[in-house]
Design a protein around this ligand. Structure first.
Ligand code: HEC
Length: 275
């Protein structure tokens, strides 16, 4: 677990806040921004991030023989070779030869659960969030992401399929439709936007360490749940007044590629903690 990293991260955030205070002139100092408050709140929360409970469960699930084939996931190839977990998360989504697809962590896990353990991937994809194998998936993504915490996002773009998915993700990000004529860019296409006291990062470029793509999976304080990137995106489709996308569908993976490649070099703090 990354207790040390988390603690030093929150210390850093606190120091950054202090620096803001010290650096600001007298009039500006009075106007401590909502963003500063949010940063402080997140720093306080990060010291006792309950995602560690999900991580422990995810690690146990990885090593436990399960499913119709009574096998573990330890031979699952997350991109760096069978069984290699450390560092795999910050290079996802990427192209996989065996499935012939670009896959994010969740869709890759579905493939491994089907091929190694004999689960029905399509049935799991249709299961509501937080139930049955979907709940197991969220623990697995928490643990796998935690094995790359502090590493920089470095999604591969060498393959034409990976570049095609980036282009598709970009298109989806700017695609406006629905009753409000929103696109992702309506809320995440420029700096300084805010909804219900949540800062909305500009996701068309690298928004910084531990922000946007580099923050998820995350523990949601408001719901007491661990959300993977798939669920984060699902909820933003709802905010956009779009129909829900299929779990691990092509458009969700393409959006992941777009966000992840834009954020290349940002340090992953996942699993982070969010409102
Ligand atoms: C109507 C505004 C709105 C639209 C449209 C929208 N989002 Fe969001 N998004 C939000 C809000 C609000 C949050 C913060 C959520 C929270 O903390 O509850 C958020 C958070 C996020 C985050 C996590 C940011 C972080 O640092 O934790 C990502 C990634 C994201 N959205 C991606 C998308 C994508 C991709 C789309 C298009 C499919 C999209 N959003 C469309 C409002 C929107």
């Amino acid at each position: 677990m990354n207790r040390t990293f988390r603690t030093s991260r929150s210390a850093l955030a606190a120091a950054a806040c202090a620096a803001l205070w010290a650096g600001a002139g007298a009039p500006a100092a009075q106007a401590k921004s909502v963003a500063d408050d949010i940063a402080e709140y997140r720093a306080m929360l990060a010291d006792g991030n309950p995602s560690e409970l999900f991580e422990a469960k995810g690690e146990a699930l990885w090593k436990q023989p399960r499913g119709p084939k009574n096998a573990t996931l330890e031979a699952c190839d997350l991109g760096l070779g069978p069984g290699v977990v450390k560092g795999a998360f910050v290079e996802l989504p990427r192209w996989f030869a065996d499935t012939g697809r670009v896959q994010d962590l969740e869709s890759r896990l579905l493939s491994c659960m089907q091929s190694l353990q004999g689960f029905d991937a399509a049935a799991i994809a249709k299961t509501p969030f937080g139930r049955g194998e979907q709940a197991h998936l969220e623990s697995l993504v928490a643990w796998i992401a935690s094995q790359s915490t502090g590493m920089k996002l470095n999604l591969p773009q060498a393959r034409p399929e990976e570049r095609r998915m980036y282009a598709l993700g970009r298109k989806a990000f700017f695609y406006r439709a629905g009753p409000m004529d929103f696109s992702c860019a309506s809320c995440h296409g420029s700096e300084g936007k805010r909804v219900r006291l949540q800062d909305l990062p500009d996701l068309t470029r690298n928004p910084g360490d531990g922000i946007g793509f580099a923050a998820w999976p995350a523990y949601r304080v408001s719901s007491g749940e661990l959300w993977g990137m798939q669920r984060r995106l699902n909820d933003c489709f709802r905010q956009q007044r779009f129909p829900y996308p299929g779990y691990a569908s092509e458009v969700t993976i393409a959006l992941g590629v777009y966000l992840g490649v834009n954020a290349k070099g940002a340090v992953s703090t996942a699993p982070s903690i969010r409102r």
